[in-house]
Ligand binder design. Structure first.
Ligand SMILES: [Zn+2]
Length: 250
C-alpha cells in the first residue's frame, strides 16, 4: 500500500513541477499538450518523463541535448512521494467518509507543495492556491464533523501573521498577505494547539535556513527569503507529529 501511495505521490510531484513551469511561463495547466525539452524544445518521449527514474538514469541531464536539469525536479517528486506515503488518516478505508477525507487531504498536500515551490521561485503565494486551501480545510472540517469553533483558531492564526505583515524591516515587508491567508488555512486545518507547533517549527526552521544562506552565500543580510515554504513545512510536521511534539513539552 505504501509503495503504491509513494508512486502516486511521485506522479503528483511530477505534475506539480509541470504546473509550476507552465504557470511561470503563463501557459494553461489544463491544456493538453506534449511535453517539450526546456532547452532545445524537442518533444519528450514518455520515458523521459518518468518521475525520479528519468532524472537518475540520465544523471540529471536532458536526454536530447545533455543540459543540466534543475535539482528541484526530483526533490519535489521525492518530497511529494514521501508525503503521500505517510499515513494521512488512521485506517482511512474503514472509516465512514474516510475515502473522501483522504482525497481532500491529498489535494491539500498537492496544493501546499505547489504553493511552496511557487513561493520559492516567484516570492509570492497566489490567491488561486491560498483560497482553495481554505475551502478544502473547511470541507475537511465538515466531513470530520469538527466544531465551527475551529474557525477561532483560523482567525487567530490569520490575525497573528497579518500583524506581522505590517512590520517592515528597512522598508521591506517581512511577510505578505499570502502568508496571512496561508495562516488562516493552517489554523482551520490544524486547530489549536497544533497550529502553534506549526508556527514554532516555521520560525525555527526559517531562522536556521536563513542563517545558513547568509553564511554560505555571504548574501546581504536582508535579501528576501520567502516565508511560505517554512509555514508549509511547519504545517506538515504539525499535522503528522504535532501531538507527539506537544507531549514532549507538556
Ligand atoms: Zn533538449
Amino acid at each position: 500500500m505504501n509503495l503504491v501511495l509513494f508512486l502516486l505521490g511521485l506522479a503528483v510531484g511530477s505534475f506539480i513541477n509541470m504546473a509550476v513551469w507552465r504557470v511561470e511561463h503563463k501557459q494553461s495547466i489544463l491544456k493538453k499538450q506534449r511535453s517539450f525539452c526546456d532547452f532545445c524544445k524537442k518533444p519528450l518521449r514518455f520515458y523521459d518523463n518518468i518521475p525520479l527514474l528519468s532524472f537518475l538514469v540520465y544523471r540529471g541531464k536532458s536526454r536530447c541535448c545533455g543540459k543540466k536539469l534543475p535539482i528541484y525536479y526530483p526533490v519535489v517528486e521525492m518530497f511529494t512521494g514521501i508525503l503521500f506515503a505517510l499515513k494521512s488518516l488512521p485506517n482511512p478505508l474503514f472509516e465512514e467518509r474516510g475515502g473522501i477525507v483522504l482525497l481532500v487531504l491529498w489535494s491539500i498536500w498537492a496544493l501546499l507543495v505547489f504553493e511552496a515551490m511557487f513561493d520559492i521561485r516567484k516570492m509570492m503565494i497566489p490567491d488561486a492556491t491560498a483560497i482553495p486551501l481554505i475551502v478544502l480545510a473547511e470541507l475537511r472540517r465538515r466531513l470530520l464533523g469538527l466544531p465551527v469553533s475551529e474557525w477561532w483558531s483560523a482567525l487567530g492564526a490569520g490575525l497573528f501573521i497579518w500583524i506581522l505583515t505590517k512590520i517592515k524591516i528597512k522598508g521591506r515587508q517581512a511577510m505578505g498577505e499570502g502568508d496571512a491567508l496561508l495562516a488562516v488555512f493552517m489554523g482551520l486545518f490544524l486547530g489549536f494547539p497544533k497550529n502553534i507547533v506549526a508556527f514554532y517549527v516555521a520560525f525555527i526552521s526559517g531562522a536556521v535556513i536563513g542563517l545558513i544562506l547568509i553564511a554560505k552565500r555571504k548574501k546581504k543580510q536582508l535579501s528576501p527569503i520567502p516565508f511560505g515554504p517554512f509555514l508549509i513545512f511547519g504545517t506538515i510536521i504539525a499535522y503528522f507529529w504535532g501531538e507527539k511534539i506537544i507531549n514532549l513539552f507538556f
